[in-house]
Design a protein around this ligand. Structure first.
Ligand SMILES: [Zn+2]
Length: 265
């Protein structure tokens, strides 16, 4: 298995990162992708990828972490900074793409500014030929619209996909895989699970979103990559024609293909 989305750069993992990664490896997670959230964390992801050869990372601005007073001038300097960081990272080990970028309609940040920053990061990723990780919340229509408007053609992952099969198919047609995480371990995740059954496991990747999105039965606990097997066992039941091992292989190959990373030994 590969955990395609775990925020191992967050402070809550500082004290025991070795153990968290070891527990993941023991539970069958061979590789870990750390999505970028903001400049102060980028260099930390880089250091983790140097220390742990199983770790890879992306660079980008997550909507939760935007500066308080976003404006077009600030966006410009943010993009200049990201471009410089990508240039530097592209010759170093572990850097695989751009993200976690997105549009989140539950945030107070002005929607048109969110779209401007999202577009700018998509354009940057396209120019450098890197795939992206996309965060969405009540924003599938905007995101699909912007992917089309920017003619984004590098693909990537729709993090924590939730929605129907029709929307899922639109993302697939645009070259994306769907991130499948803790949500499907809850009874309320049935709708998303049936959408995944309709589009097929060949379009999915596994993720924990650690330390967030705890698995069913582990509410209130810090999530970590070792619990990825909870997601796999739900998929195992949902796709009876496949073994758990086959699902792990298919989803891992998707991650390795998207981020162009070598197979784990
Ligand atoms: Zn995330």
């Amino acid at each position: 298995m590969i955990d395609s989305h775990c925020h191992l750069d967050l402070a809550c993992f500082d004290d025991e990162l070795d153990q968290v990664i070891q527990r993941g490896l023991d539970a069958g997670v061979q590789q870990f992708i750390i999505p970028g959230i903001e400049p102060d964390h980028w260099s930390k992801s880089q250091r983790i990828a140097v220390r742990f050869p199983q770790c890879y990372y992306t660079l980008g601005y997550h909507p939760f972490f935007y500066p308080r007073h976003l404006n077009p001038e600030i966006i410009k300097s943010m993009i200049t900074m990201l471009a410089a960081a990508i240039d530097k990272a592209s010759v170093q080990r572990g850097f695989v793409g751009v993200g976690e970028i997105g549009i989140d309609r539950t945030l107070a940040t002005d929607l048109s500014l969110q779209i401007e920053l999202f577009d700018a990061q998509l354009r940057l990723a396209k120019a450098h030929r890197y795939p992206v990780i996309i965060h969405h919340r009540k924003s599938h229509d905007q995101i699909i619209g912007r992917l089309k408007a920017t003619q984004f053609d590098q693909g990537g992952i729709i993090h924590a996909y939730s929605g129907n099969a029709e929307i899922a198919q639109q993302y697939i047609d645009l070259g994306f895989c769907l991130g499948v995480g803790g949500t499907i371990t809850y009874p309320r995740g049935q709708k998303t699970l049936s959408a995944l059954q309709q589009v097929g496991i060949e379009h999915c990747v596994l993720e924990t979103d650690s330390p967030d999105m705890p698995m069913y039965g582990r509410q209130g606990q810090r999530n970590e990559p070792a619990y990825l097997s909870d997601v796999l066992s739900v998929l195992d039941h949902a796709f009876p024609e496949l073994t758990g091992n086959q699902i792990a292989c298919i989803t891992s190959h998707n991650v390795q293909r998207i981020w162009r990373i070598e197979r784990a030994s």
